[in-house]
Design a protein around this ligand. Structure first.
Ligand SMILES: [Zn+2]
Length: 61
């Protein structure tokens, strides 16, 4: 296994998908390589959390 360079789908930044990450993915049973750079992945995760958490001032009971 060797490091791979992947271009992020969202921002087109190239990032390294290194050996240990590849091993991690394999271990988890993921067949696909990551499509996004770590920054975009983190941003998306955060967005999802925000949506789910919601209701900071939105709903009033
Ligand atoms: Zn990106």
């Amino acid at each position: 296994m060797a490091d791979k360079v992947i271009s992020c789908r969202d921002c087109n930044t190239e990032f390294i998908f290194n050996e240990s990450e590849q091993a991690f993915y394999k271990e988890k049973g993921f067949e696909n390589e990551p499509q996004r750079c770590p920054d975009c992945r983190r941003a998306r995760k955060q967005q999802r959390n925000n949506n789910r958490g919601g209701g900071y001032g939105g709903n009033r009971w």
